[in-house]
Design a protein around this ligand. Structure first.
Ligand code: CU
Ligand code: ZN
Length: 174
């Protein structure tokens, strides 16, 4: 009989970079499963409270205010909503709750996104973390305030490669 080789589930990651006036750091992971994509976010060094977190359409964190990422990823042309709403942006992840220690963790599942290539892929888009809370109803953004951190979503292997490249101007000694 032929051996069945099961491919590892595709995993994508976004490493968040802070806006110039912030020291927030974090990572968001997308793991494709038989039931959809599991999204996990781990954030540190952020003000306590609720902060909106979304997948935005464009994987471009180049502008200072991160507006270069465009709006919430919305392949179904739906209104903004909560991650528990059936009708919502595919990129609506709601809020992450940050504790007094400045850290927070979020985990949710969605069938509106894929890691593998296709119209709903997370690859080449960006995760945005907001200064304020997403009210889960204001259109079209949830009124979550400024964009405080941004990370381009890429395949895990590719992200590791980028991280291992020496920083420009950094010295390598022991
Ligand atoms: Cu957003
Ligand atoms: Zn939205």
């Amino acid at each position: 009989p032929e051996a069945v080789v099961e491919a590892a589930p595709p995993v994508a990651v976004a490493v968040l970079q802070p806006r110039a006036d912030s020291e927030v750091s974090g990572m968001v992971t997308f793991t494709e499963t038989a039931d959809g994509v599991v999204v996990t976010a781990d954030i540190a060094r952020l003000a306590p409270g609720l902060h909106g977190i979304h997948l935005h359409a464009l994987g471009d964190c180049s502008s200072e205010d991160f507006k270069s990422t465009g709006g919430h990823f919305n392949p179904t042309d739906a209104p903004h909503g909560a991650p528990t709403d059936e009708i919502r942006h595919a990129g609506d992840f709601g809020n992450i709750e940050i504790g007094d220690d400045g850290a927070g963790h979020l985990e949710l599942g969605t069938t509106m996104l894929t890691v593998t290539d296709g119209p709903n892929t997370v690859l080449g888009r960006a995760v945005i973390l907001h200064e304020g809370a997403d009210d889960l109803e204001s259109q079209p953004t949830g009124a979550a305030g400024g964009r405080i951190a941004c990370g381009v979503v890429m395949l895990e292997g590719q992200a590791m490669e980028e991280a291992s490249e020496p920083m420009e101007g950094s010295e390598v000694d022991g």
